[in-house]
Design a protein around this ligand. Structure first.
Ligand SMILES: Cc1cc2nc3c(=O)[nH]c(=O)nc-3n(C[C@H](O)[C@H](O)[C@H](O)COP(=O)(O)OP(=O)(O)OC[C@H]3O[C@@H](n4cnc5c(N)ncnc54)[C@H](O)[C@@H]3O)c2cc1C
Ligand SMILES: *[C@@H]1O[C@H](CO)[C@@H](O)[C@H](O)[C@H]1NC(C)=O
Ligand SMILES: *[C@@H]1O[C@H](CO)[C@@H](O)[C@H](O)[C@H]1NC(C)=O
Ligand SMILES: *[C@@H]1O[C@H](CO)[C@@H](O)[C@H](O)[C@H]1NC(C)=O
Length: 810
């Protein structure tokens, strides 16, 4: 199976023009899928998501020889047409008898693969496909029994497996329950020898397989036993008054018989009903607790809910987790991931049936994302929108998780993945209700999101395999709804009994007959069949926006109030931080970090700034020089945040901006007299200065580079100050003192210098601003700093020469 997927991939790549019809970008995304899932390029007919044992020379012995379960093995060649045609049947069979695994397992091996030839030759395989049945405890020289596979009917194969099991010679597979019909004598003494709560008796004709199938279906369940009773077993038939064959009766320890109520007397209905009996649980799982009194292993109090409803609280929690937690792992989002994010948010903005507050937020997030013209965004920038930092009215995404129908009996069960499924079911249904134009829109978005971001990587791979296999079949909005439902059921089938299954919420093929009786029907031969004309309306109503319950939702006003509070706190912190920064630049300069910190303080101006900075940089750093400089920087160490490739610095700038803030918050309390000064800086640090930053970042960068190449002194006055310098077109001071000291110390000194003079400069600048010259006060104050510096310098030189002169004279 590891070698599978090749066929599917080539089929898939063949579809690219079709799926990518919309735009070139989606073609890129599809292509990314192929590239990022290299396993998808391997050959073979089965994947890890099929419930089959993949055989290889390494595992053939341990799996086939002396195994406790019987094994059915398909020897196939991936190029053979019959094998390709048979593979979906074999997969369906594997899903169908998944519960039988402890007694009989399915396996497959690709004889076309070079490395497997020896194995296939050893078993004497000459034609494909060949299926062989290996008894439990097969000997090493066993070649297996022949097994006719001349059919594409799963039920025929299933019956043949039962025949093989029944004719099983000793030793009998230990996990396999007795399959022969029972007698009154056995039943009378049953509870004396068996410690189970329920005995299910299936009355049937001798030719019927239902009793044996249901027995095997419940193989992995405890507290229930199943026996078949033939219609010829007169004593029991008359005792219970059985008139219908097949039919199922429950026999309890007290000697009571009750008819098992099912909609249709067929295997699937018996199995559903018996697996859901009180006290019945999957082996190895803790006993389930009756709904409502679920034990409290989680920290939050248990919220009662209706198991057949969708809750908005789950959907909002999913959005919160997805956008604020899962995405946050990606500090910079670019390339395919950015396209995925755009698709996802666009679908959310279009179809999420939320409260106005939430839909407003999704819409603004979508608008913002669509407006981002760069190749990448930082998560921090996205977060500003998510948290509505701009304080748009009536816009918010509630913070935190409040799981309701997705509560788990343990903190590691259900929750987010459950919410994810629910969210996308709701979205496919909404898209159909809203009459979307692209049938694949929601599913493609889900596929890309899961591929790029879903934290469970194994899940993402499995989902991708499914999408690759059959998403192309989706051609209407209805088929999109049904596709997701049926794939979800595949996952349920695979995960039933898995470690991740919450014992209180066993994975069943959904919806159960109890939930939607009309969804289930049988074919003429008694095989279960989903009645799709019934399933679709069921899904449409189950996931429709009007049936989503609003219980346990946080109040809208409360959310907005919280958001306002948070915003106020943030603004306050920002002001305080500003104060600290100013004090830092005077007292405790933080070297390179604070350089990054201040650059883009005002979020509102980010956009403008971003655009502006593109221009001059391109003008100034042209051609080879720029490339060479970038190259040089690429070689620099990572310890210096500027030592990254320039491109990356640009990318990481926004995210880098945050860190210093935290640092800033941890700084010691500010000194009193600085507050005034700070508010002065804050007031004056407006668009003008920002433009200055943008226009001169180039200069700053070239300064920075210079600094890296030859560790000479820099201004290091904090970026706003640096920017001011740049604006008035000053070049860095020449390295005329203490070359041997590290840069940081020099910056420190520079800052101390500037700090001492800052107050005076402020005064002066205030005067200048009264005159309303085009420069900002900061700029002016910088001039003054420099003026002062050069003055000191000249003074020093003057004194020095004067001294020397005096000496000489002396
Ligand atoms: C895309 C994706 C892939 C995943 N792949 C894996 C994987 O490979 N391995 C793994 O261990 N876990 C995987 N998971 C997680 C797993 O599927 C479950 O979500 C998780 O175990 C929680 O299960 P649950 O009991 O809450 O029910 P879920 O399966 O999460 O279902 C949530 C709710 O949806 C409803 N529902 C159930 N079935 C259907 C259906 N067929 N159609 C419509 N609604 C339905 C039910 O009300 C159910 O309670 C995946 C999750 C996602 C979203
Ligand atoms: C087969 O397994 C049984 C028990 O599982 C063991 O006693 C026996 O030695 C094994 N035989 C071989 C050939 O490995
Ligand atoms: C569950 O536990 C939490 C804390 O341990 C408690 O606050 C809560 O009330 C409990 N809920 C129930 C239903 O017992
Ligand atoms: C749960 O919801 C279903 C479907 O709307 C409804 O029929 C049922 O009565 C509800 N159950 C409870 C306990 O409210």
């Amino acid at each position: 199976m590891a070698r599978r997927r090749g066929g599917a991939t080539s089929r898939f790549t063949g579809e690219i023009p079709k799926s990518a019809g919309k735009s070139a970008t989606s073609a890129v995304v599809w292509l990314c899928f192929c590239l990022l899932f290299p396993s998808a390029a391997e050959a073979g007919l089965y994947t890890a998501t099929d419930q089959l044992l993949p055989l290889s020379p390494d595992n053939v012995e341990p799996l086939l020889i002396n195994s406790t379960a019987a094994v059915l093995v398909e020897f196939y060649a991936s190029w053979c047409g019959h094998c390709i045609a048979f593979s979906p049947v074999y997969k369906r069979l594997a899903r169908d008898i998944k519960e039988w695994k402890p007694a009989v397992d399915l396996a497959a091996i690709d004889c076309a693969a070079e490395e497997n030839r020896k194995v296939c030759t050893a078993f004497g395989i000459k034609a494909y496909p060949t299926i062989k049945f290996f008894h439990a405890y097969s000997k090493a020289d066993s070649k297996g029994q022949s097994f006719r596979a001349s059919t594409h009917e799963v039920w025929v194969l299933r019956h043949r497996i039962i025949d093989k099991l029944e004719s099983h010679e000793e030793p009998w597979p230990p996990a396999c329950p007795p399959l022969e019909p029972t007698s009154q004598a056995e039943i009378d003494s049953f509870f004396e020898t068996n410690n189970v709560q329920h005995l299910a008796l299936i009355f049937e004709d001798a030719t019927s397989y239902i009793g044996r199938e249901v027995t095997l279906d419940l193989l992995q369940f405890e507290n229930v036993a199943v026996r078949r009773v033939l219609s010829t077993e007169e004593g029991l038939v008359t005792k219970l008054g059985v008139t219908e064959f097949p039919s199922c009766y429950l026999y309890s320890a007290g000697g009571n018989f009750t008819r098992l109520k099912v909609n249709i007397e067929a295997r699937a209905f018996y199995s559903y009903a018996l697996q859901a009996l009180p006290g019945v649980r999957r082996s190895g799982k803790p006993p389930p607790v009756a709904a409502g009194v679920v034990t409290n292993h989680t920290q939050e109090p248990w919220k009662p809910f209706n198991r057949s409803r969708v809750y908005m609280a789950d959907l909002e929690s999913t959005l919160h987790y997805s956008l604020r937690v899962e995405l946050a792992a990606h500090t910079v989002i670019k390339g395919g991931a950015l396209t995925s994010l755009r698709e996802y948010v666009s679908v959310l903005a279009k179809y999420f049936p939320g409260r106005p507050v939430v839909t407003n937020l999704l819409k603004s997030l979508n608008a913002w994302l669509q407006n981002q013209t760069g190749d990448e965004i930082s998560y921090e920038a996205l977060r500003e929108i998510l948290d509505n930092t701009a304080q748009s009215p009536n816009t918010a995404l509630p913070e935190g998780e409040r799981w309701v129908a997705c509560q788990g009996s343990q903190p590691h069960f259900r929750r987010y993945p459950c919410g994810m499924w629910s969210l996308f079911h709701v979205l496919t249904v909404q898209a159909k209700d809203a009459g979307g134009t692209d049938p694949k829109e929601v599913l493609s978005a889900m596929r890309s999101y899961v591929h790029s971001f879903f934290g469970c990587r194994a899940c993402a791979e499995h989902f991708e395999v499914m999408a690759e296999e059959s998403l192309v079949e989706v051609d209407t909005l209805s088929s999109a709804v049904l596709w997701l439902w049926s794939r979800h059921n595949r996952v349920n089938n695979r995960l039933a009994g898995a470690l991740s299954e919450d014992p209180n919420f066993p994975k069943v093929q959904w919806p159960s007959p109890e939930m939607c009786p009309g969804c289930h029907s049988v074919k003429d031969n008694g095989e279960h069949r989903w009645s799709q004309p019934q399933v679709l309306p069921f899904l449409m109503s189950y996931f429709s926006s009007s049936s989503i319950l609003a219980d346990h939702l946080e109040d809208e006003n409360q959310i907005l109030a919280k958001q306002r509070e948070k915003h106020a706190l943030l603004s306050q912190q920002r002001v305080e931080r500003k104060a600290r920064e100013a004090s830092d630049s005077m007292m405790h300069p933080l070297p390179s970090q604070s350089t990054v910190q201040d650059e883009e303080e005002e979020e509102e101006e980010e956009e403008e700034e971003e655009e502006e900075e593109e221009g001059p940089r391109d003008e100034e750093e042209q051609g080879g020089e720029r490339a060479a400089a970038d190259e040089m920087e690429r070689k620099k160490s990572d310890t210096n945040p500027w030592g990254k490739p320039q491109v990356e610095v640009d990318q990481g700038r926004r995210q880098a901006r945050r860190k210093p803030r935290i640092v800033g918050l941890r700084m010691p309390e500010l000194q009193e007299d600085i507050v005034d000064l700070d508010s002065f800086v804050y007031q004056n640090y407006k668009a003008k200065a920002l433009q200055g930053v943008a226009a001169t970042r180039v200069k700053q960068r070239s300064l920075q580079r210079k600094e890296e190449r030859d560790p000479g002194p820099v201004f290091g006055l904090g970026s706003d100050l640096d920017a001011g310098l740049g604006m008035v077109g000053l070049q860095p001071l020449e390295a005329d003192f203490e070359l041997e000291l590290g840069q940081q110390r020099k910056r420190l000194q520079n800052r101390e210098l500037s700090g001492q003079r800052f107050v005076e400069e402020a005064e002066l600048a205030r005067w200048v601003s009264v005159l309303s010259i085009g420069f900002s006060k900061v700029d002016i104050s910088l001039c003054v700093v420099l003026y002062f510096l050069s003055f000191t310098c000249l003074l020093a030189m003057y004194l020095f020469f004067k001294n020397r002169l005096r000496l000489r004279v002396g």
